[in-house]
Write a protein that binds this ligand. Sequence first.
Ligand SMILES: *Cc1c(COP(=O)(O)O)cnc(C)c1O
Length: 342
Amino acid sequence: MFDIENLVRPNILALKPYASARDEFSGKEGIFLDANENPFGTLNRYPDPYQKELKKQISLLKEIDEGKIFLGNGSDEIIDLCYRIFCVPGKSKVLSFTPTYGMYEVSAAINEVEMIKLPLNENFQIDLKNAIPFLNDADLKIIFICSPNNPTGNLMQTETIEFILKNFQGIVIIDEAYIDFADAGSWMDKLSVYRNLIVVQTFSKAWGMAGVRVGMAFADEKIMSYLNKVKPPYNISSPNQKQILKKLGDKKNTILQLNTLIAERNRLIFNLKKIAGIEKIYASDANFILIRVRNANKVYQQLLDRKIIIRNRNQIIENCLRLSVGKPSENKKLINALKHIL
Ligand SMILES: *Cc1c(COP(=O)(O)O)cnc(C)c1O
């Protein structure tokens, strides 16, 4: 039987969380003299520590219980909180499939947790036979699966993820930052089957709210209780909560933009294919495209000279460049520039 208490760090199990004034009284009416707030102004009050209004709207959107939603100051905060809840510095390990999102490793280093990095195969898929020997290691606490993966752009195979969920007793974090761009459903639907699953999504990409810093985690209530225990009490500011609420009220426009971006991605791929100097264009289920050229450093610099900034991924995947999908006019300029350069 899966028991979350076996996974949580002993000091976190024992932790007495900070009790804020808003924990003790959360009504909206009255004379508030309990939180040492300044009575003047419009942003003078502390925000709702549990973002109830926002979670209500997200629960309607995602068709999930409010109690299974956690909001972080970006997904990056959620990732860091998971390290702090489940990993003992200097002892625990985590595992990821590389190349992937850089924050998993940075956060591991900050928390003094060893990261086992298993290379994805030539199709950028998880090689299960490499992972299997690690699944029974009691010190291995978290496996990160980024799907669609950054920077490769592809979804990880369903059967592989399912195998890991079934055969690993630690936490599996599926990072779905790009899921809205993908032709696939979310792993959120499997939360009731896998109590060790945390699905992470974000408002930074498809919702266009990277500046606001709001990430979402979906998981079993037990996991939620620890995320809430460890998080800074007021981790999402009230203007930021308000901005996301406003965005959620304008869902139609977001969907239109999302469809534009997906169409633009496919059009970019179509046009990139016509440029002979591009050696490979990887399939994408995200809002970016990975391409391989003969000399990535040179192409990167030549685009920079034309004031087009892309991501040079040569250091992690030889001669590869990552192109974010921009506005139609921006994409056109990118294609024209690449035609000139290559
Ligand atoms: C962009 C991105 C995120 C988003 O992080 P935020 O902190 O929510 O902005 C998360 N995971 C991956 C893989 C990403 O590429």
